[in-house]
Every structure is written in structure tokens, then in C-alpha cells.
Design a protein around this ligand. Structure first.
Ligand code: PHB
Length: 394
């Protein structure tokens, strides 16, 4: 009697296991459920609009595929990282440990990215970086499961110095938020500007995300450089542009920057932004069929104009689509997934780009000037620019 009940119980358990998929081969099992996609982005604070643009761009790429990835339905999870580095690891773990995402998409802020990088390296979760440029992510701390679709922090500014010098700026003041993104942007600027023959008179800075620029602008007026170069982004960038003009510096000391300075802020900044020259891997005015269609579709879908962040989110979607298609939705097939993503050519609104060995875009840098609320392309500042990937071993 006892043994019969035991057998019955066992067979019931077996049937239960079969119906929940416990006996399916791993690959079939991985493809059976929804693919879990986690966004870890800033939805509040000075970078809030950047997070929204990235998510919009990503969803647009997926929607162009009928809302699926590698044939699988998607379930989305979201965490607001507040651009707060001290909560980076905890927030990444909400998606990885609690929500068990298959892929983590994030983030904007370089300091927060360092938390994601640790969680990605410890857990092995697929991590796609749609903005944050922190060097370590694709240099010393690079990893097979981490891919960046945006830029490294020194990439956009590397080509800026020569463009400034060629326009007559023999001396410059640099100003930024003092954290990895600003400091590494300075590295790129310094290298290019010194090589061109320029002289950096002073480096100025304030803590992220402070926007009390007045004392620093007064100092710039007293230093009288030929030009000012900077890294700012988001809400802080709009305020910097307006304060620069209000302090009487616009028209006297030309303002340059990495292109983030004038992305997504031109409506807010108004005429104060006219004439600012920047270098960036995208421009709204790129007159290609690819970019024109992207801009039209984005504007229709989101009732807003896309910017570089929207493009980076979109390209994150394009990269993941290529990877997921190669493994028919089975993201657990990591060697094939990574191989497909490493070999991908992304047909982006910014122009075609490829992945470097350390998983960072190899891409063109455009020289742009702001005219009437638009970033107009006035040249190519660098062709197929790659980050060094120094110290990356995989
Ligand atoms: C960064 O922190 O890496 C960062 C943030 C905003 C940008 C660019 C880089 O626009």
C-alpha cells in the first residue's frame, strides 16, 4: 500500500515536472517563456529626459520587429537609477536578482554604470550600455557579456581640440562636472588640443549635478581665453548655455563642447545656443534616408524630436535584435549570441558602425554648429574613430 502510494505520488510529480518544462532541453526551455528585458535608467533628476529618450528609442526598434525579440514575446522591467552612484549595485540587483532579467539595459551616468558593471561581471547577465561612457567598462573592466552602443567618454572630445585650434582658438579654459564623464571627456580634449598646438589655461569644475555656474563664469571672463570647451548634458547643459549668454560671454568667447551640450536642450536653451560648435557621433541634420525616416517615425510615435540618446537607445535595440535573431531567441546560447553581436554592423541613423574588440562603437564624429534650434553638420571631425580599449582582456 505504502509503496503503491509512493509510486503514484512520484508519477504525479513527474507529470507536474513535465508540464512545467523541467524536462525540456535547456534551449527549448529558454525559448518557451517571455524574454525579460530590464531598463535601469534615470527617470528623475537632471538626466531624466535622457533616460526617457533611450527607452523610447529601444522600444521603437523592437516595435519595428512586431514587438518581439528572436521570435519571443517581451516582458519589460524598469528601475529609476536617479543617476545616483551609491545605489548603483543595489538597483542593478533589483533587475538581476529580483526580476531575473535576461538582459539589462543601462545606463546614462558613468558612476552608476560602475555598479552595473560589477553586477554584470559577477552575474554574467547580458549588459547593454546605451549611454554611459566610463572608460573602464570597455577597457580594464571589459567583459564578454557587456556591450556599449554609445561612445567612450573621450571619444567625442578627441576630435574637438583640433577643430577649435583650426578656428583660431590658441588658448582655452575647460569646464565640466567633476566626475568620470567630465574628467574622461577632458582626457580626450586635452590630447587633441595639445597635439594641435593649443594651450589650456585652466581647468574648472563643480560637483555633479550642481548648476551654480556664476562664480566660474566670472572667472572665465577674467581669464579671457580664446575659447571655452566643456562637458555638460541634460537639464544642466541647458542652464549652462543660458547662464553663459546671460553672463555676457556669448559672442565674446566662443563656446565649444562635446555634443551632449546641445542634445535635447535646444528648445529650452533658445537663441543662447546659437553658434555653439560641438563634436558628436550624431546630428539631427544628417540628411540621409536612414536618419530622415528615423526622425519622422520617432516624432510620430512619441510626439517629440529624437536626439543622440534616442539614437543610442534605438541602436541598442538593433544590436540586441541581431544577437537574438542569430540564436532564435535563446539568449542562453552565449557563445553564438556574443559572436553575432561582436560581428554586427549597425545600420544606425548616425551612420553605419561596428563593434571594437573591447565592445565599443567604431564610429564617425561629426563637427556641428547650432543654428535655429538645430545641430547642423559642418564637417566630419574624425572617421571610424575607435576607443583604445586599453587594458581590456577577454
Ligand atoms: C556619463 O555619465 O557617462 C554621461 C552622461 C551624460 C552624457 C554623456 C555621458 O550625455
Amino acid at each position: 500500500m505504502t509503496s503503491r502510494r509512493l509510486i503514484l505520488t512520484r508519477s504525479a510529480a513527474l507529470m507536474g515536472a513535465a508540464s512545467t518544462g523541467l524536462f525540456l532541453p535547456a534551449a527549448a526551455q529558454a525559448q518557451s517563456g517571455k524574454l525579460r528585458v530590464g531598463f535601469m535608467l534615470p527617470y528623475t533628476g537632471t538626466f531624466a529626459q535622457l533616460g526617457v529618450a533611450i527607452e523610447n528609442g529601444f522600444r521603437m526598434a523592437i516595435n519595428e520587429q512586431g514587438g518581439k525579440l528572436g521570435g519571443r514575446e517581451i516582458e519589460y522591467f524598469k528601475v529609476d537609477d536617479e543617476s545616483e552612484p551609491s545605489k548603483g549595485i543595489e538597483n542593478a540587483n533589483k533587475l538581476v536578482q529580483r526580476d531575473k532579467v535576461d538582459v539589462l539595459i543601462g545606463t546614462v551616468h558613468s558612476g552608476v554604470q560602475m555598479g552595473i558593471q560589477k553586477v554584470a561581471r559577477d552575474s554574467g547577465v547580458l549588459s547593454l550600455i546605451p549611454n554611459a561612457g566610463v572608460h573602464a567598462a570597455t577597457r580594464a573592466l571589459c567583459a564578454p557579456n557587456v556591450f556599449r552602443t554609445s561612445f567612450s567618454n573621450s571619444q567625442p572630445t578627441r576630435a574637438l581640440g583640433k577643430a577649435m585650434y583650426d578656428r583660431g582658438a590658441k588658448t582655452a579654459v575647460w569646464i565640466t562636472w567633476k566626475y568620470a564623464a567630465g574628467d574622461e571627456a577632458f582626457e580626450g580634449f586635452k590630447e587633441g588640443y595639445l597635439a594641435a598646438g593649443g594651450k589650456i589655461i585652466k581647468e574648472l569644475g563643480l560637483p555633479f549635478p550642481q548648476v551654480e555656474f556664476q562664480a566660474l563664469l566670472t572667472e572665465i571672463a577674467a581669464l579671457k581665453p580664446d575659447a571655452v570647451a566643456c562637458f555638460f548634458a541634460g537639464g544642466g547643459a541647458a542652464k549652462f548655455i543660458k547662464d553663459y549668454a546671460a553672463a555676457g560671454l556669448k559672442g565674446k568667447i566662443p563656446l565649444y563642447g562635446s555634443g551632449f551640450l546641445t542634445e535635447g536642450v535646444l528648445d529650452a536653451a533658445g537663441p543662447a545656443a546659437d553658434g555653439i560648435i560641438t563634436t558628436m557621433h550624431y546630428s539631427d541634420s544628417l540628411n540621409t534616408p536612414r536618419n530622415n525616416k528615423f526622425r519622422l517615425d520617432y516624432a510620430k510615435a512619441f510626439k517629440a524630436q529624437p536626439d543622440v540618446y534616442a539614437v543610442q537607445g534605438y541602436d541598442t535595440g538593433l544590436l540586441l535584435i541581431q544577437g537574438a535573431n542569430a540564436v532564435k531567441g535563446d539568449l542562453s546560447n552565449k557563445p553564438a549570441l556574443y559572436k553575432a553581436m561582436e560581428g554586427a554592423t549597425i545600420d544606425s541613423p548616425r551612420g553605419k558602425w561596428t563593434m571594437s574588440k573591447s565592445h565599443n562603437p567604431v564610429q564617425d564624429m561629426y563637427l556641428r554648429v547650432v543654428e535655429n534650434k538645430e545641430n547642423k553638420v559642418i564637417g566630419i571631425a574624425a572617421k571610424a574613430l575607435a576607443d583604445s580599449g586599453a587594458g581590456c582582456k577577454m
